[in-house]
Design a protein around this ligand. Structure first.
Ligand code: PRP
Ligand code: URA
Length: 208
């Protein structure tokens, strides 16, 4: 599908397999999520714009590059929080704007409980961070919020996506690139990704 990028990187596949294991404890789970976030963000930022900058090395003056665009990280609470540190290590000056959404267990629709975005956009590129793209409702709602905010370039970065969620997000927002570690088989009757990894927030924060 156009605008869907699935990493085939061996490090990502290896770390995702460890992450999925039921025996992986919250401490290790958080560590893996942080590492995976950095690897995926590296792939998702391949097209960031740069501008020329003069660099004085000990030997000569040269024209180097610096990032031109201000980047915003948009973790969807709770589980998206786990991805922030890994991405921040690569781009420490990124702004972080939290969006609080949870899925209603019955309807599977996202319910918003936190949004402190300022009046106008303060960044040029928004990376939405959430490990799981299940029905796609939370991701699509977050894109709605960011577009209403006036964000120009928005990307979704996640670890595991279900075909249903990818199709939903893509149909609602075909202009938004989706970067994923892996695509799984399907959703179950409770809206969980199969095989997936279970509830990402619970496994991350030890609340299972
Ligand atoms: C999980 C996950 C996503 C959402 C994905 O969050 O982190 O935000 O579900 O599901 P969707 O694609 O069907 O919307 P959850 O609602 O469980 O909240 P939590 O992160 O606070 O545990
Ligand atoms: N949220 C999760 O944390 N896991 C799923 O499989 C689906 C939604």
């Amino acid at each position: 599908m156009e605008n869907v990028f699935v990493s085939g990187h061996p490090l990502i596949k290896h770390k995702l397999s460890l992450l999925r294991q039921t025996s992986t404890e919250p401490k290790k789970f958080r560590e893996l999520v942080r590492e995976l976030a950095g690897l995926l963000a590296y792939e998702a930022t391949l097209d960031l714009r740069t501008r020329p900058v003069e660099v004085k090395t000990p030997l000569a003056v040269m024209t180097g590059s610096e990032l031109e665009e201000k980047i915003g990280l948009i973790p969807i609470l709770r589980a998206g929080l786990g991805l922030v540190e890994g991405v921040w290590e690569l781009m420490p000056s990124a702004e972080v704007w939290h969006i609080g959404l949870y899925r209603d267990e019955r309807t599977l629709k996202p319910v918003q409980y936190y949004n402190k975005l300022p009046v106008g956009p303060t960044v040029q590129v928004c990376l939405i961070l959430d490990p799981m793209l299940a029905t796609g409702g939370s991701a699509a709602a977050t894109v709605d919020l960011l577009k209403n905010w006036g964000a120009m370039r928005i990307k979704f970065v996640g670890l595991i996506g279900a075909p249903e969620g990818i199709a939903h997000l893509h149909s609602r927002h075909p202009d938004i690139p989706i970067y994923l570690g892996e695509i799984d088989e399907r959703l179950n009757e409770k809206g969980y990704i199969v095989p997936g990894l279970g509830d990402a927030g619970d496994r991350m924060f030890g609340t299972a």
